[in-house]
Design a binder for this molecule. Structure first.
Ligand SMILES: [Zn+2]
Length: 172
């Protein structure tokens, strides 16, 4: 998680990235002279709270990212295999996947995660995205007609500890 210091000459206030994201652009502009980025390697907040990862450097290696992805997947893979009656695997998405953090091909039993995203976002965001895709598998194989981010998906997502948000705030 990136952190920022707001310095007004006397005080230094610790502001987590999540709070910064929610601030309006006007408010952020006002604060800009007092804003000292302590860790700028991860995020550069841009318009409408979107965070542009395109110019930022990775915060973890590919191997470290994969470890997070695989560990999260392995916890739920057996249950996913039971309900869908097929083998599941997870892999990196190919280079053409640049806006979607992950996707779930539920007939193939395949989940794909975007590598540049996985190497740059906070760990909890990465885990949430993996859980998001796993929840697609659970929801679809519970009811094939269920809408992608409908009630069933939301319930399954929460059951496995996912925030059940359908979008993220990152551009990459
Ligand atoms: Zn989704």
């Amino acid at each position: 998680m990136a952190t920022y210091d707001f310095k007004d000459g006397k005080q230094s206030v610790f502001v987590p990235e999540s709070k910064l994201e929610n601030m309006t652009l006007a408010f952020r502009k006002e604060l800009q002279p007092f804003l000292v980025a302590r860790k700028v390697e991860v995020f550069e907040p841009v318009r409408k709270g979107l965070i542009d990862l395109r110019k930022s450097a990775p915060v973890r290696t590919e191997k470290e990212a994969w470890e997070i992805v695989e560990t999260t997947f392995k916890k739920h893979a057996p249950a996913l295999q039971r309900i869908s009656k097929r083998q599941w695997h997870i892999r990196w998405a190919n280079a053409c996947m640049t806006r979607c953090a992950g996707n779930c091909r539920f007939f193939r039993g395949e989940i794909r995660i975007a590598k540049p995203f996985a190497m740059k976002v906070p760990k909890e965001v990465l885990i949430d995205v993996v859980l998001h895709e796993i929840a697609h598998g659970f929801a679809r194989w519970t009811n094939l007609d269920t809408p992608p981010h409908g009630e069933l998906w939301q319930r399954k997502a929460r059951e496995i500890g996912c925030s059940a948000k359908a979008t993220h705030n990152y551009m990459f």
